[in-house]
Design a protein around this ligand. Structure first.
Ligand code: TXA
Ligand code: MG
Length: 335
Protein backbone atom coordinates (compact mmCIF):
# COMPACT_ATOMS: atom_id res chain seq x y z
CA UNK A 1 0.00 0.00 0.00
CA UNK A 2 1.23 3.47 -0.91
CA UNK A 3 0.98 6.10 1.87
CA UNK A 4 0.09 9.70 1.02
CA UNK A 5 0.40 12.72 3.32
CA UNK A 6 -2.39 15.20 2.48
CA UNK A 7 -3.45 18.60 3.78
CA UNK A 8 -6.92 19.16 5.26
CA UNK A 9 -9.58 20.36 2.82
CA UNK A 10 -13.16 19.45 1.95
CA UNK A 11 -11.96 17.10 -0.77
CA UNK A 12 -9.51 15.46 1.67
CA UNK A 13 -12.33 14.88 4.16
CA UNK A 14 -14.54 13.42 1.41
CA UNK A 15 -11.75 11.10 0.26
CA UNK A 16 -11.06 9.96 3.83
CA UNK A 17 -14.77 9.40 4.50
CA UNK A 18 -14.84 7.09 1.48
CA UNK A 19 -11.89 5.08 2.88
CA UNK A 20 -13.61 4.81 6.29
CA UNK A 21 -16.88 3.75 4.64
CA UNK A 22 -15.00 0.90 2.97
CA UNK A 23 -13.60 -0.34 6.33
CA UNK A 24 -10.19 1.28 5.76
CA UNK A 25 -8.00 3.32 8.13
CA UNK A 26 -6.93 6.98 8.09
CA UNK A 27 -4.39 8.84 10.27
CA UNK A 28 -5.54 12.28 11.46
CA UNK A 29 -4.30 15.02 13.80
CA UNK A 30 -5.86 15.90 17.15
CA UNK A 31 -4.79 18.49 19.74
CA UNK A 32 -3.10 15.73 21.81
CA UNK A 33 -1.41 13.31 19.36
CA UNK A 34 -2.19 11.88 15.90
CA UNK A 35 -4.83 9.14 15.82
CA UNK A 36 -5.29 6.10 13.55
CA UNK A 37 -9.02 6.02 12.79
CA UNK A 38 -11.50 3.41 11.63
CA UNK A 39 -15.29 2.91 11.76
CA UNK A 40 -15.98 1.97 15.41
CA UNK A 41 -19.11 0.05 14.45
CA UNK A 42 -17.27 -2.32 12.08
CA UNK A 43 -15.29 -5.32 13.40
CA UNK A 44 -13.45 -5.59 10.10
CA UNK A 45 -12.36 -1.95 10.11
CA UNK A 46 -11.22 -1.99 13.73
CA UNK A 47 -9.14 -5.13 13.14
CA UNK A 48 -7.19 -3.11 10.54
CA UNK A 49 -6.05 -0.76 13.31
CA UNK A 50 -4.73 -3.60 15.48
CA UNK A 51 -2.88 -5.07 12.49
CA UNK A 52 -1.30 -1.78 11.36
CA UNK A 53 -0.10 -0.89 14.87
CA UNK A 54 0.80 -4.39 16.05
CA UNK A 55 -1.41 -3.60 19.04
CA UNK A 56 -2.21 -6.28 21.68
CA UNK A 57 -5.88 -7.26 21.24
CA UNK A 58 -6.69 -6.84 24.96
CA UNK A 59 -6.02 -3.09 24.82
CA UNK A 60 -9.28 -1.18 24.15
CA UNK A 61 -9.47 1.76 21.75
CA UNK A 62 -10.98 5.21 22.35
CA UNK A 63 -14.01 6.18 20.23
CA UNK A 64 -13.97 9.72 18.81
CA UNK A 65 -17.08 11.71 17.98
CA UNK A 66 -17.65 15.28 16.81
CA UNK A 67 -20.73 16.31 18.84
CA UNK A 68 -21.81 15.92 22.46
CA UNK A 69 -25.22 14.63 21.38
CA UNK A 70 -23.52 11.58 19.82
CA UNK A 71 -22.34 10.41 23.26
CA UNK A 72 -25.85 9.13 23.96
CA UNK A 73 -25.80 6.95 20.81
CA UNK A 74 -22.74 4.98 21.92
CA UNK A 75 -22.74 5.14 25.75
CA UNK A 76 -25.22 4.29 28.53
CA UNK A 77 -25.84 5.10 32.20
CA UNK A 78 -24.38 8.61 32.00
CA UNK A 79 -24.20 9.82 35.61
CA UNK A 80 -24.70 13.41 36.84
CA UNK A 81 -20.96 13.56 37.66
CA UNK A 82 -20.14 12.51 34.09
CA UNK A 83 -22.53 15.19 32.77
CA UNK A 84 -20.52 17.81 34.68
CA UNK A 85 -17.27 16.61 33.08
CA UNK A 86 -18.88 16.56 29.62
CA UNK A 87 -20.11 20.13 30.08
CA UNK A 88 -16.79 21.45 31.36
CA UNK A 89 -14.15 19.57 29.36
CA UNK A 90 -15.67 18.39 26.07
CA UNK A 91 -14.53 19.04 23.40
CA UNK A 92 -11.00 18.68 24.80
CA UNK A 93 -8.18 16.45 25.94
CA UNK A 94 -10.31 14.10 28.04
CA UNK A 95 -11.63 10.58 27.43
CA UNK A 96 -14.59 9.43 29.53
CA UNK A 97 -15.15 5.71 30.05
CA UNK A 98 -18.88 4.80 30.08
CA UNK A 99 -20.90 1.62 29.86
CA UNK A 100 -21.03 0.89 26.12
CA UNK A 101 -23.97 0.47 23.75
CA UNK A 102 -24.01 -2.63 21.49
CA UNK A 103 -23.43 -0.62 18.27
CA UNK A 104 -19.75 -0.24 19.20
CA UNK A 105 -17.67 -3.20 18.04
CA UNK A 106 -16.58 -5.56 20.85
CA UNK A 107 -13.12 -5.44 19.30
CA UNK A 108 -12.94 -1.71 20.11
CA UNK A 109 -13.60 -2.40 23.78
CA UNK A 110 -11.37 -5.52 23.83
CA UNK A 111 -14.23 -7.50 25.33
CA UNK A 112 -14.97 -4.98 28.14
CA UNK A 113 -18.55 -3.70 28.57
CA UNK A 114 -17.30 -0.10 28.54
CA UNK A 115 -16.28 2.45 25.91
CA UNK A 116 -13.85 5.37 26.14
CA UNK A 117 -15.36 8.44 24.43
CA UNK A 118 -13.46 11.53 23.32
CA UNK A 119 -14.46 14.71 21.44
CA UNK A 120 -11.26 16.34 20.16
CA UNK A 121 -11.07 20.13 20.24
CA UNK A 122 -9.06 20.00 16.99
CA UNK A 123 -11.25 21.35 14.19
CA UNK A 124 -9.46 19.14 11.64
CA UNK A 125 -10.22 16.04 13.72
CA UNK A 126 -13.87 17.03 14.11
CA UNK A 127 -14.29 17.87 10.42
CA UNK A 128 -12.84 14.47 9.51
CA UNK A 129 -15.15 12.66 11.98
CA UNK A 130 -18.21 14.64 10.79
CA UNK A 131 -17.46 13.81 7.16
CA UNK A 132 -17.26 10.09 8.04
CA UNK A 133 -20.68 10.18 9.72
CA UNK A 134 -19.77 7.26 12.07
CA UNK A 135 -18.00 7.10 15.45
CA UNK A 136 -14.26 6.77 14.84
CA UNK A 137 -12.20 4.31 16.87
CA UNK A 138 -8.66 5.69 17.10
CA UNK A 139 -5.58 4.86 19.14
CA UNK A 140 -2.45 6.95 18.79
CA UNK A 141 -1.07 6.48 15.25
CA UNK A 142 2.27 4.93 16.23
CA UNK A 143 3.56 1.37 16.06
CA UNK A 144 2.67 -0.22 19.41
CA UNK A 145 5.20 0.66 22.19
CA UNK A 146 6.71 3.63 20.26
CA UNK A 147 6.37 7.31 21.25
CA UNK A 148 3.04 8.72 20.05
CA UNK A 149 3.20 10.81 16.87
CA UNK A 150 2.89 14.59 17.23
CA UNK A 151 3.62 15.36 13.55
CA UNK A 152 2.48 13.72 10.32
CA UNK A 153 6.06 12.65 9.58
CA UNK A 154 6.13 10.59 12.82
CA UNK A 155 3.08 8.66 11.61
CA UNK A 156 4.81 8.15 8.27
CA UNK A 157 7.95 6.78 9.99
CA UNK A 158 5.91 4.12 11.80
CA UNK A 159 3.04 3.33 9.42
CA UNK A 160 4.42 3.90 5.92
CA UNK A 161 2.74 1.39 3.55
CA UNK A 162 0.25 0.42 6.29
CA UNK A 163 -2.12 3.39 6.05
CA UNK A 164 -3.30 4.92 2.75
CA UNK A 165 -3.69 8.53 3.95
CA UNK A 166 -2.23 10.71 6.71
CA UNK A 167 -3.98 14.09 7.17
CA UNK A 168 -1.22 16.60 7.97
CA UNK A 169 -2.40 19.13 10.56
CA UNK A 170 1.07 20.26 11.65
CA UNK A 171 2.37 19.81 15.20
CA UNK A 172 -0.05 18.77 17.94
CA UNK A 173 -0.56 21.54 20.46
CA UNK A 174 -0.63 19.50 23.69
CA UNK A 175 1.67 16.63 22.71
CA UNK A 176 0.66 14.04 25.31
CA UNK A 177 -2.46 11.89 25.18
CA UNK A 178 -5.83 12.71 26.75
CA UNK A 179 -6.66 12.17 30.41
CA UNK A 180 -8.65 8.90 30.59
CA UNK A 181 -11.34 9.02 33.30
CA UNK A 182 -13.59 6.12 34.32
CA UNK A 183 -17.05 7.55 35.06
CA UNK A 184 -18.89 4.25 35.47
CA UNK A 185 -18.87 4.57 39.29
CA UNK A 186 -19.92 7.29 41.74
CA UNK A 187 -16.47 8.89 41.81
CA UNK A 188 -14.51 9.69 38.62
CA UNK A 189 -11.23 7.72 38.51
CA UNK A 190 -8.24 8.79 36.41
CA UNK A 191 -6.90 5.75 34.50
CA UNK A 192 -4.30 7.73 32.52
CA UNK A 193 -3.06 11.22 33.53
CA UNK A 194 -3.01 14.06 30.99
CA UNK A 195 -3.35 17.81 30.67
CA UNK A 196 -6.64 17.78 32.58
CA UNK A 197 -5.61 16.89 36.14
CA UNK A 198 -7.20 15.40 39.25
CA UNK A 199 -7.37 18.92 40.69
CA UNK A 200 -9.34 20.11 37.62
CA UNK A 201 -11.73 17.16 37.99
CA UNK A 202 -12.28 17.67 41.73
CA UNK A 203 -12.95 21.37 41.13
CA UNK A 204 -15.82 20.43 38.79
CA UNK A 205 -17.22 17.29 40.48
CA UNK A 206 -16.29 17.80 44.13
CA UNK A 207 -14.69 14.36 44.06
CA UNK A 208 -12.23 12.24 42.08
CA UNK A 209 -9.35 9.82 42.48
CA UNK A 210 -6.42 8.26 40.65
CA UNK A 211 -6.44 4.59 39.70
CA UNK A 212 -4.28 2.22 41.70
CA UNK A 213 -2.93 0.97 38.37
CA UNK A 214 -0.89 4.19 38.20
CA UNK A 215 0.64 3.75 41.63
CA UNK A 216 0.69 -0.03 41.99
CA UNK A 217 0.97 -3.04 39.68
CA UNK A 218 -2.77 -3.70 39.70
CA UNK A 219 -4.03 -3.10 36.18
CA UNK A 220 -7.34 -1.31 35.53
CA UNK A 221 -6.80 0.36 32.17
CA UNK A 222 -5.49 -2.54 30.10
CA UNK A 223 -3.12 -0.39 28.04
CA UNK A 224 -1.21 0.79 31.06
CA UNK A 225 0.65 -2.51 31.55
CA UNK A 226 2.46 -2.57 28.18
CA UNK A 227 5.78 -0.99 27.20
CA UNK A 228 4.96 2.52 26.02
CA UNK A 229 6.42 5.66 24.43
CA UNK A 230 9.81 3.93 24.12
CA UNK A 231 12.63 5.01 21.79
CA UNK A 232 14.64 2.29 19.98
CA UNK A 233 17.74 2.98 22.09
CA UNK A 234 18.29 3.09 25.88
CA UNK A 235 16.82 5.95 27.88
CA UNK A 236 17.06 7.08 31.49
CA UNK A 237 15.11 9.64 33.44
CA UNK A 238 17.48 11.90 35.36
CA UNK A 239 16.62 13.95 38.44
CA UNK A 240 19.52 16.28 39.17
CA UNK A 241 21.46 19.49 38.51
CA UNK A 242 23.24 20.57 35.32
CA UNK A 243 26.50 19.51 36.98
CA UNK A 244 25.09 16.02 37.48
CA UNK A 245 24.08 15.83 33.80
CA UNK A 246 27.63 16.81 32.83
CA UNK A 247 29.07 14.06 35.03
CA UNK A 248 26.73 11.41 33.62
CA UNK A 249 27.38 12.52 30.05
CA UNK A 250 31.15 12.21 30.58
CA UNK A 251 30.72 8.82 32.24
CA UNK A 252 28.80 7.47 29.22
CA UNK A 253 31.41 8.87 26.80
CA UNK A 254 34.11 7.05 28.77
CA UNK A 255 32.06 3.86 28.39
CA UNK A 256 32.21 4.43 24.61
CA UNK A 257 28.49 5.20 24.57
CA UNK A 258 26.94 7.99 22.51
CA UNK A 259 24.73 10.01 24.88
CA UNK A 260 22.26 12.84 24.21
CA UNK A 261 20.48 15.03 26.74
CA UNK A 262 16.82 16.11 26.51
CA UNK A 263 16.52 19.03 28.93
CA UNK A 264 14.84 22.33 29.74
CA UNK A 265 16.35 25.60 28.47
CA UNK A 266 17.70 26.69 31.87
CA UNK A 267 19.68 23.44 32.19
CA UNK A 268 20.75 23.57 28.51
CA UNK A 269 22.29 27.01 29.06
CA UNK A 270 24.53 25.58 31.80
CA UNK A 271 25.67 22.52 29.83
CA UNK A 272 27.86 24.00 27.13
CA UNK A 273 28.78 22.38 23.85
CA UNK A 274 27.45 18.83 24.14
CA UNK A 275 24.65 16.86 22.45
CA UNK A 276 21.37 18.41 23.60
CA UNK A 277 17.75 18.65 22.44
CA UNK A 278 15.81 21.41 24.20
CA UNK A 279 12.44 20.67 25.77
CA UNK A 280 11.70 24.41 26.06
CA UNK A 281 11.08 26.50 29.17
CA UNK A 282 8.05 24.92 30.79
CA UNK A 283 6.29 21.60 31.34
CA UNK A 284 3.66 22.67 28.75
CA UNK A 285 6.36 23.19 26.15
CA UNK A 286 8.14 19.97 27.16
CA UNK A 287 4.89 17.99 26.79
CA UNK A 288 4.50 19.33 23.25
CA UNK A 289 8.12 18.47 22.40
CA UNK A 290 8.87 15.21 24.27
CA UNK A 291 7.81 12.55 21.74
CA UNK A 292 9.34 14.40 18.77
CA UNK A 293 12.56 14.91 20.75
CA UNK A 294 12.73 11.17 21.55
CA UNK A 295 12.27 10.32 17.88
CA UNK A 296 15.04 12.77 16.92
CA UNK A 297 17.37 11.64 19.71
CA UNK A 298 17.20 7.93 18.88
CA UNK A 299 18.56 8.71 15.40
CA UNK A 300 21.66 10.40 16.82
CA UNK A 301 22.52 8.61 20.05
CA UNK A 302 22.50 5.24 21.79
CA UNK A 303 21.47 6.52 25.20
CA UNK A 304 19.01 9.34 25.95
CA UNK A 305 19.17 11.23 29.27
CA UNK A 306 15.78 12.86 29.94
CA UNK A 307 15.52 15.71 32.45
CA UNK A 308 12.56 15.09 34.73
CA UNK A 309 9.54 17.42 34.51
CA UNK A 310 9.50 20.50 36.71
CA UNK A 311 6.16 20.75 38.43
CA UNK A 312 2.80 19.23 39.12
CA UNK A 313 -0.28 19.70 36.91
CA UNK A 314 0.67 18.70 33.36
CA UNK A 315 4.20 18.18 34.78
CA UNK A 316 3.00 15.15 36.76
CA UNK A 317 1.40 13.65 33.64
CA UNK A 318 4.54 14.39 31.64
CA UNK A 319 6.59 12.56 34.29
CA UNK A 320 4.32 9.54 33.80
CA UNK A 321 5.25 9.53 30.07
CA UNK A 322 8.94 10.23 30.74
CA UNK A 323 9.16 7.37 33.26
CA UNK A 324 7.62 4.98 30.74
CA UNK A 325 9.80 6.21 27.87
CA UNK A 326 12.78 5.40 30.09
CA UNK A 327 11.35 1.94 30.85
CA UNK A 328 11.43 2.83 34.55
CA UNK A 329 15.21 3.57 34.58
CA UNK A 330 15.71 6.53 36.91
CA UNK A 331 18.98 8.07 38.11
CA UNK A 332 18.77 10.53 40.96
CA UNK A 333 21.52 12.89 42.15
CA UNK A 334 22.40 12.26 45.78
CA UNK A 335 22.76 15.60 47.48
O1 TXA B 1 -5.28 11.71 23.21
C1 TXA B 1 -5.63 10.56 23.03
O2 TXA B 1 -6.31 9.92 23.86
C2 TXA B 1 -5.20 9.88 21.72
C3 TXA B 1 -5.89 10.61 20.56
C4 TXA B 1 -5.64 9.95 19.24
O3 TXA B 1 -7.26 10.74 20.82
N1 TXA B 1 -5.53 8.48 21.73
C5 TXA B 1 -4.83 7.58 22.46
O4 TXA B 1 -5.27 6.27 22.29
O5 TXA B 1 -3.92 7.87 23.20
P1 TXA B 1 -4.43 5.02 22.79
O6 TXA B 1 -5.14 3.83 22.24
O7 TXA B 1 -3.02 5.17 22.42
O8 TXA B 1 -4.65 5.00 24.34
C6 TXA B 1 -5.92 4.74 24.86
C7 TXA B 1 -5.85 4.47 26.34
C8 TXA B 1 -5.23 3.11 26.62
O9 TXA B 1 -4.47 3.19 27.82
C9 TXA B 1 -6.47 2.23 26.82
O10 TXA B 1 -6.21 1.10 27.62
C10 TXA B 1 -7.44 3.21 27.48
O11 TXA B 1 -7.19 4.44 26.85
N2 TXA B 1 -8.84 2.83 27.24
C11 TXA B 1 -9.54 2.91 26.08
N3 TXA B 1 -10.79 2.42 26.23
C12 TXA B 1 -10.90 2.05 27.53
C13 TXA B 1 -11.93 1.44 28.31
N4 TXA B 1 -13.12 1.13 27.78
N5 TXA B 1 -11.67 1.17 29.62
C14 TXA B 1 -10.47 1.47 30.15
N6 TXA B 1 -9.44 2.03 29.48
C15 TXA B 1 -9.64 2.31 28.18
MG1 MG C 1 -1.04 4.98 22.39
Amino acid sequence: MYTRIVFPSDSTYAECAEIIKNDGIVAFPTETVYGLGANATSDKAVKEIFTAKGRPSDNPIIVHIADKKDIYNIAEDISPVAEKLIKKFMPGAITLVFKKKPCISDIVSAGLDTVGVRIPSSIIARNFIKACGVPIAAPSANTSSRPSPTQAIHVYEDLKDKVPVIIDGGSCEIGIESTVVDVTGDIPVILRPGKITLKDIIEVCGCGSISESLTSDKVKSPGVKYKHYAPICDAVLVKGSAGFFNKLYTKYLQQKRNPIILCYEDTAKKLGDINIISLGDSDEQAAAKLYGALRLAEKQADIILIESAKGDGIGASLMNRMRKSAGGNIIEEKL
